[in-house]
Write a protein of this length. Structure first.
Length: 279
C-alpha cells in the first residue's frame, strides 16, 4: 500500500492552497495613537487598488488591525474599505495607501475618522505585485483637530489578488445590462428603471409618488454617461466590475468602474466610481 510522508502531504496541501488562491493574512506590529485612543496592530492585509481609469496607476492598500481580517473578502470588494468596515475589527483599523513609486498616499484611522498624508517616514523593505513590507513611523507627535497623534507601524503581507475571470471588450451580459440601464436613464423611463432595480425598485422609484420617483431619476442620472464604451471587466460570482468610458448629458467625459450584480438571471446596476476626464 502506497503512503505519503507528512512532508509530501504538507507540500501538496500548500500547492493546492496556492492554486486555489487562498490568501494568508500578513503580520504587523506597532501602534497608532490619537489622544487617549490607541490601536496596537498585529495583522496586515494588502490588496492592489483598482485603477479608476483603464490606464491609471494602481496604489497598494495595506490594512492593519488588532484582529485578523478576511483578505479574500477585502480583495473581492468593489471598495476594499467597505469590506473592512463590514468585518468591524476590534479596536478599529488603519489603512495605509502606498503609491507605485513607494510614496505615502494617505493614512486613515477608524473609528476616529482620521485621514492624513505627508506626515511620517515610510521605508519599504519590499514592494512588488505579490508582496509588500516596511515601516511607517512618525517620530514626533502632530496635531489633528485638537488631538495629538503619533505612530510606529511595521507590516509584511502578501498582496491578495482580486478574484475572478476577465470579461471581453463590451463586458458581455453585464456590459449589455449597464448600457440598457443608461438607455433607460436617458429616456427618463422610470418604469424600466423600477423593473431593473429588482426588489429595490418600488422604494427607489415608487409608483404612488411620482415626485419622489422623478427625484430618484435625476439623482441616478448625475455623473452617468449617456452610453458607455466598456474596455474590459472582471467577473466573480454574482458580481461584475466594468471599466467604462462615455460622455454625460453635460458633454463631460466620464471614465472609471461600475459594479453590476446578478439578480437571478438578470444583471442590475449597483454603484459606480466614475471621474471626469481632462480633455
Amino acid at each position: 500500500m502506497h503512503t505519503m510522508s507528512f512532508r509530501t502531504v504538507a507540500t501538496v496541501a500548500v500547492a493546492w492552497l496556492a492554486l486555489a488562491g487562498v490568501a494568508h493574512a500578513g503580520e504587523a506590529s506597532g501602534y497608532f495613537r490619537m489622544g487617549e485612543t490607541r490601536l496596537d496592530v498585529r495583522h496586515a492585509v494588502a490588496v492592489m487598488e483598482d485603477a479608476p481609469l483603464d490606464d491609471g496607476e494602481r496604489n497598494t492598500l495595506v490594512f492593519l488591525s488588532a484582529a485578523p481580517l478576511d483578505a479574500g473578502q477585502v480583495a473581492a470588494a468593489f471598495d476594499p474599505m467597505d469590506a473592512v468596515r463590514e468585518q468591524e475589527p476590534a479596536g478599529g483599523y488603519l489603512r495605509l495607501c502606498i503609491t507605485v513609486d513607494g510614496g505615502d498616499c494617505g493614512l486613515f484611522f477608524s473609528p476616529e475618522g482620521f485621514n492624513s498624508g505627508g506626515y511620517g517616514e515610510l521605508a519599504l523593505e519590499e514592494q512588488g505585485d505579490r508582496r509588500i513590507a516596511g515601516r511607517f513611523a512618525l517620530a514626533q507627535p502632530e496635531d489633528f483637530m485638537g488631538k495629538d497623534y503619533q505612530f510606529d507601524l511595521r507590516f509584511a503581507a502578501d498582496i491578495t489578488p482580486a478574484p475572478g475571470s476577465g470579461l471581453p471588450s463590451g463586458g458581455g451580459a453585464p456590459g449589455a445590462a449597464y448600457n440598457a440601464y443608461l438607455n433607460a436613464l436617458a429616456k427618463d423611463d422610470v418604469a424600466a428603471l423600477r423593473a431593473m432595480a429588482g426588489e429595490d425598485g418600488q422604494w427607489r422609484y415608487p409608483e404612488d409618488d411620482p415626485t419622489a420617483a422623478r427625484e430618484a431619476l435625476k439623482s441616478a442620472r448625475d455623473g452617468q454617461p449617456l452610453r458607455a464604451e466598456i474596455a474590459r471587466g472582471r467577473l466573480h460570482g454574482n458580481n461584475a466590475i466594468l471599466w467604462v468610458r462615455g460622455v454625460d448629458r453635460d458633454d463631460i467625459e466620464r471614465a472609471g468602474r461600475v459594479l453590476m450584480v446578478r439578480d437571478g438571471k438578470d444583471w442590475r446596476f449597483e454603484e459606480a466610481d466614475l471621474e471626469s476626464v481632462d480633455q
